[in-house]
Design a protein around this ligand. Structure first.
Ligand code: HEC
Length: 341
């Protein structure tokens, strides 16, 4: 099982993990007991054993269909259908343009809640680039790229990905900054800070709507109903926002100025820039866990459950050692459990 010390700033995940570790042996004990009862009640599976070969072929076919739909969003072709062991084809399926397209759309929906105008969708374009070139998945968040819109007259509308030493994944692209600039009165990108945290660690928070007349300024946010999220928790949004550019003006005059608050003590260290911040987040187990959670959601349409701890750990382990999203997806899709269920 994957064991590594968790960042001290993420206590809840540690609880998550130890719970899983405790529950697993209990389950392992329970299963043989259940099987025993079933055998007593219903006899052995003699009838099924006779049709063994046909069963296996049918199972392989079902597995082929399932893999093609999950990985490429289309029906299995004849070669895959005829394969006696379709899971040996997982790497090839993941290397296809269909997979890159499908995962890029999925992760864009996860991170943005839906597509935007094609000239304002840097997550989708950069994810597709990173996936189709099989680059380390961390490059989506910290890679040295510029993601910029094609000129207004150029059809179809799209974004281009180019190398840029000053890039920070999609977080410094103008379209992303504009989308998450927010409307804090001093220009702090609280919304952007929250998105960075949630995209990299899976952090979920419901922003407080507050009451009419609430002081929404930095002073108000230090009040007891607000400071938990805004100043005290490991994800203190106001402190993270101090490392991000500051928004000035709106609409056509919207501009971003460099941050002015200096280094911040966060994540158990001192961080000087947005790049330091995202790099620390991506270098954590929280990042690997949350990316594997997305992998499970992509493949299964739901979160991983307690019984899947071993496969989940294999995903995390692949992402740590091989770095690519392809390797993380393969760890789950190649596991026998993906086709048995
Ligand atoms: C449960 C955590 C939580 C609490 C408590 C909370 N907030 Fe927030 N707040 C958030 C999150 C998350 C965001 C970012 C939301 C977004 O735009 O995605 C946010 C954003 C904001 C913003 C920026 C909005 C924008 O569009 O830029 C202001 C201002 C704000 N909060 C004020 C307050 C005040 C005042 C209180 C107390 C009455 C408070 N918050 C309590 C989580 C919280």
């Amino acid at each position: 099982m994957f064991k590594r010390s968790l960042p001290p700033w993420l206590p809840s995940r540690r609880d998550d993990r130890s719970l899983r570790a405790i529950r697993l042996p209990l389950l392992a004990l329970a299963i043989p007991a259940l099987v025993g009862t079933a055998t007593l009640l219903f006899g052995t599976h003699g009838a099924r054993a006779e049709g063994g070969e046909a069963d296996t072929a049918e199972q392989a076919e079902r597995c082929a269909i399932r893999l093609a739909i999950a990985l490429q969003g289309k029906s299995a072709d004849s070669t895959l259908l005829a394969s006696g062991d379709p899971q040996t084809e997982v790497d090839a399926l993941i290397a296809s343009p269909e997979f890159a397209e499908r995962y890029a759309r999925f992760i864009n929906a996860e991170f943005n809640g839906g597509p935007a105008d094609a000239r304002e969708d840097p997550v989708y374009y950069l994810a597709k680039h990173v996936l189709s070139k099989n680059k380390p998945w961390s490059e989506l968040f910290v890679g040295a790229y510029a993601v910029t819109a094609t000129a207004p007259g150029v059809a179809p509308p799209a974004m281009e990905v180019k190398a840029d030493a000053n890039g920070l994944g999609y977080f410094r692209s103008a379209a992303w900054m504009k989308r998450y600039a927010g409307n804090e009165d001093q220009g702090y990108m609280l919304s952007g800070a929250f998105r960075i945290l949630s995209n990299t660690t899976g952090l979920e928070l419901d922003a407080s709507v507050g009451n009419p007349g609430d002081d929404r300024s930095a002073t108000g946010r230090k009040g007891s109903a607000c400071k938990g999220c805004h100043f005290d928790a490991w994800y203190a949004l106001d402190k993270f926002a101090r490392l991000l550019p500051k928004k000035k003006g709106q609409g056509d005059t919207l501009a971003f100025l460099p941050p002015t608050d200096g280094p911040q003590k966060l994540l158990g260290t001192t961080l000087a820039t947005d790049k330091d911040l995202v790099t620390s987040l991506v270098d954590s187990d929280a990042w690997r866990f949350s990316q594997c959670r997305s992998v499970f959601k992509f493949l299964y349409g739901r979160r991983e459950n307690q019984c899947e701890a071993n496969v989940f750990d294999a995903c995390v382990e692949s992402l740590s050692s091989k770095k690519t999203l392809a390797s993380a997806v393969a760890a789950v899709a190649k596991d026998p459990s993906f086709c048995v269920k």
